[in-house]
Design a protein around this ligand. Structure first.
Ligand code: CA
Length: 525
């Protein structure tokens, strides 16, 4: 325990502050203001700075995060059981594109070394992805991928990896239900992620509902002709490379595996011929999200990411923030920051869709917070959301994506996704993310096979214990040894190093690969 009690208050209006000291503070500790704690207050948890009457708002980030269910005396621990959750803001009468942020000055001269693709996008890694139409083929594909790694990859040293895009979809699903478009376009767009170099290869079972032509219809992709190496262009003449396991030509398991390995070799040869080239930082497509959050997420890591988001937008890059239930309580700020009323309306449309989705399952946004969030000091979803949306920085929001859609615009985008780490990451991959930033306070070893994941710790204690899992320590902000701006710039420079392949993230080093998890709001059969 440090001798100096340290608390952090986010806004002048706040009637609570959080305890910053490792291990928390004991009853009797005296704050700099002279206030004496009447309870032990754990690290990251709130202390009442003044007497709060029963029914009065508890203010953090300058907004009511709840109402006191009984009188709370100054110096008391304000835990989640003392707070009543306010209703969600109605989606009617929101401010639409009312804030005109002071123009962010362009940031020129930053570059990275990336793989330029035929469609103009840029990869940060050079990976062969094997798309699958259905879960049934996952075991066979995995067997083949292990052979490809062992037998072929050493001969193609410029290829970083071979990745099987395993998922649970493809059959046993109501594929004609309107919402089935979400998982289908997610899979389609992931197979076209810039890190896969435009090499599309599919393993199909044969009898599944999601037929290869439905997953990747002619014209939805551009592929390189396997024989000539020339771009076969968009349209019907571009034949999809499919290995179908039920094909009568296959006799026995090894015949299927051989077929996958043989097809992979052509793709590997082309990928291996590619070289990194210097491209502007504007080619970054960054997805930001948080997971395992605590009360420091909104104080250290997320504000640093938000500062970095502004740097990226100033550099002309694309940045996505997501996690619908974690922005729902900040909707008023977000619709105000939209560049146009149409963008604000698109954001409202996504929120309304998600409200209805939760309602169908007899749930609401309050289902979001976890036991770990609460142990970490986050009392409820309002407090969590206020800390979460600061990842979006201060730039105007210029586009909105529905789940699974592909991002085509530069600037700051609201990509609507669930907050679930794996589903959010999967949908950001589909949107075309080539670099991922993930903040965590409780600690998550999260990683993806398809894209580098830079992990940012909210506390120095976590960064010290998880020294070989966390890439950036934003806890320095709470310690007073670095500013939000300094950590934001560190993250920006690290992004360019990682994107260039000069640095590996810890998740890449250890090959920590979480599953792709599709968002399927449609029924299964
Ligand atoms: Ca998340």
């Amino acid at each position: 325990m440090t001798s100096n009690p340290l608390t952090i208050r986010m806004h002048d209006r706040d009637n609570v502050a959080i305890v910053a000291n490792d291990g928390g503070l004991p009853a009797g500790a005296v704050l700099a203001s002279g206030l004496v704690l009447t309870d032990r207050v754990p690290q990251g948890h709130k202390v009442a700075l003044v007497d709060i009457a029963q029914g009065a708002p508890v203010l953090r980030y300058g907004i009511p995060i709840g109402r006191a269910i009984k009188r709370v005396a100054a110096g008391s621990w304000v835990h989640e059981r003392l707070l009543a959750l306010p209703d969600a803001r109605s989606l009617d009468g929101l401010p639409l594109a009312t804030v005109k942020p002071a123009g962010l000055s362009p940031l020129a001269g930053y570059t990275f070394e990336g793989y330029r693709n035929a469609d103009g996008s840029v990869g940060t890694r050079n990976i062969l992805a094997i798309t699958q139409t259905v879960q049934c083929v996952a075991g066979v594909t995995d067997f083949a991928v292990r052979r490809i790694r062992a037998e072929l990859l050493p001969r193609y040293p410029n290829v970083d990896d071979v990745v099987a895009l395993e998922h649970g979809y493809g059959c046993g699903v109501a594929i004609d239900a309107p919402d089935a478009i979400v998982p289908i376009r997610t899979l389609r767009n992931i197979s076209l992620n810039p890190n896969f170099g435009g090499e599309v290869m599919v393993v199909s079972l044969g009898c599944e509902k999601l037929q290869p032509e439905r997953l990747l219809p002619p014209g939805s992709f551009s592929i390189v002709d396997a024989r000539s190496g020339a771009d076969a262009g968009q349209g019907a003449e571009a034949a999809l490379d499919v290995v179908c396991l039920q094909d009568e030509a296959h006799v026995g398991f090894m015949s299927m595996v051989d077929s996958i390995v043989r097809q992979a070799e052509g793709h590997l040869a082309r990928l291996d011929g590619r070289r990194r080239e210097t491209v502007p930082a504007s080619e970054l497509v960054v997805g930001v999200q948080c997971g395992g959050s605590d009360a420091f997420s909104g104080v250290t890591a997320n504000p640093a990411v938000g500062f970095c988001t502004d740097l990226l937008v100033r550099a002309g890059a694309s940045v996505m923030f997501s996690e619908t239930t974690e922005v729902r309580d900040g909707i008023e700020q977000l619709t105000a920051r939209a560049t146009t009323p149409e963008v604000a309306q698109a954001m409202i449309r996504e929120m309304a869709w998600y409200d209805a989705y939760l309602h169908r399952g007899s749930a609401d946004r309050s289902a979001n917070t976890t036991p770990g969030n609460k142990q970490g000091g986050l009392s409820n979803i309002v407090e969590k959301a206020m800390g979460s949306i600061v990842k979006s920085g201060s730039a105007p929001i210029s586009s909105v994506l529905a789940p699974g859609e592909k991002l085509k615009a530069k600037g700051l985008c609201y990509a609507a996704t669930p907050a679930s780490d794996f589903i959010c990451g999967t949908l950001q991959l589909a949107a075309g993310m080539n670099l991922h930033v993930f903040t965590t306070g409780r600690g998550s070893p999260y990683g993806l096979a398809a894209v580098p994941v830079i992990k940012v710790a909210t506390r120095t204690d976590l960064a010290r214990r998880w020294h070989d899992l966390m890439d950036v320590n934003a806890g320095r902000i709470a310690d007073g040894t670095a500013s939000i701006e300094e950590v934001g710039w560190d993250l920006f420079h690290l992004m360019l190093e990682v994107a260039s392949g000069r640095r590996k993230t810890w998740a890449e080093h250890w090959k920590l690969h979480n599953a792709l998890v599709l968002f399927n709001p449609a029924p299964v059969t």
